[in-house]
Write a protein that binds this ligand. Structure first.
Ligand SMILES: Cc1cc2nc3c(=O)[nH]c(=O)nc-3n(C[C@H](O)[C@H](O)[C@H](O)COP(=O)(O)O)c2cc1C
Length: 375
């Protein structure tokens, strides 16, 4: 089942697994797929530890890393992290912080004890924070592809990654964004449909994928958004994708590091339980609907700020939830796609890969039977 991109990356199956969990990255790559570590939440020193761990546990298999460098964000241009943090803090209206505390109190989330220090909430999604991550990633030989969310990476970053003999990929939600990726010399385009988990646009996968494939040909396209089994994978390959880029699926595998209360929520959720909301990151992001997402939707409540300000606002939420995960799920940030409705049991990552491949093959055999019946 090798596509040209599989050949280029040296992998057996065209299954790409986005995850924040190093164990899942290693398990998927060792099973013949391509694990991709989401780096956005890791400060550089921690990222270095995570990548060293993967290098030690992935055998000879290749893997990828994903960064988040948006085309547009508040505070753009400032490369000094301390200055950027201070500038951004000054831009946060006090009413947003007060509203956050109120939503958490109203939902019975215990307050923080005095000794808990809250971080700034400035994640890896600015040039100032993503650039040091890239410098670390490039030192790791088994990393064969660097992907970017939310925009085309700047030309100097693309050159730098290419000089280290790694492919550059980026997500897109429209054919126009895909065209910009192609023009910037990117090697792989990931077309993420509306139903996908995390940041997502408003075009459905089945409509988006063929448009992006045609727009950027011959650049290979990975189909993302709503893929949870081998039948969907067969459909994506039939449309012309060179592989599937999956995210939600890996949140409930046995190797996933989520809190049991969070995993239970995901296993119980149906496809109607997600919403695209700006309430955590400032950009439309698909996640489980809960009291937090609903609170920010009311007309008489503050509108979410832009990226990265809104996550700085939501920092109190993340910190309070991390101290009380059992009760915190009613307000927790749980990015996941509509495919959550297919995720109803815990499986080993390697089993997920093998079952997807087998189901994909079965689908093609079905099609073969149909085609011979036509003759
Ligand atoms: C929990 C979670 C976090 C995500 N964070 C990122 C991210 O940091 N960078 C990124 O490129 N994509 C991110 N995504 C999107 C995935 O890379 C992928 O495109 C998406 O999950 C595919 O759709 P699916 O969830 O239906 O499989 C995230 C998805 C999930 C579920």
């Amino acid at each position: 089942m090798k596509t040209q991109l599989c050949e280029d990356l040296g992998i057996e199956f065209p299954i790409f697994a986005f995850t924040h969990c190093r164990d899942v990255v290693a398990a998927v790559s060792k099973a013949g797929g391509f694990g991709v570590l989401g780096a956005v939440g890791f400060p550089p020193e921690q990222l270095e530890l995570e990548l060293n761990w993967i290098d030690d546990h992935v055998g000879d298999a290749p893997y990828g890393v994903d960064i988040v460098l948006p085309s547009r964000y508040e505070g753009e241009g400032e490369m000094d992290i301390l200055k950027l943090t201070e500038n951004l803090k000054d831009m946060i209206p006090p009413e947003h912080l007060a509203f956050t505390s109120k939503v958490l109190d109203d939902n019975g989330i215990p307050p923080l004890s005095e000794d808990v220090e809250m971080g700034s909430g400035l994640m890896g999604w600015t040039a100032a924070t993503a650039t040091p991550q890239v410098d670390i990633i490039l030192e790791h030989e088994k990393v064969k592809m660097v992907a970017n969310a939310l925009g085309t990476p700047p030309p100097d970053m693309v050159d730098k990654i290419h000089k280290h003999d790694k492919l550059v990929a980026a997500l897109c939600g429209t054919p126009a964004q895909a065209g910009r990726h192609k023009n910037a010399g990117l090697d792989v385009v990931i077309a993420q449909g509306y139903e996908g988990g995390g940041h997502t646009g408003d075009i459905g996968s089945l409509v988006l994928w063929p448009q992006v494939i045609d727009e950027v040909a011959p650049v290979p396209v990975l189909a993302a958004g709503g893929i949870g089994n081998g039948r969907q994978m067969a459909a994506a390959l039939a449309i012309g994708a060179q592989g599937v880029w999956t995210g939600s699926l890996w949140l409930t595998v046995e190797e996933a590091a989520g809190h049991p209360a969070q995993i239970d929520r995901l296993l119980e959720a149906g496809s109607k339980d997600t919403v695209r909301s700006r309430s955590f990151t400032g950009k439309p992001c698909r996640m489980l609907r809960n009291a937090w997402t609903e609170a920010w939707e009311n007309e008489d409540t503050p509108s979410p700020l832009g990226m990265p300000l809104q996550y700085m606002v939501a920092q109190e939420c993340s910190t309070r939830v991390s101290k009380a995960p059992e009760v915190g799920q009613d307000v927790a940030f749980n990015p996941v796609g509509q495919v959550v409705g297919l995720m109803d049991k815990r499986r080993r990552s390697a089993d997920v890969v093998i079952e997807m491949v087998q189901e994909c093959i079965d689908s093609y055999e079905n099609i073969d039977r149909l085609m011979s019946a036509v003759e």
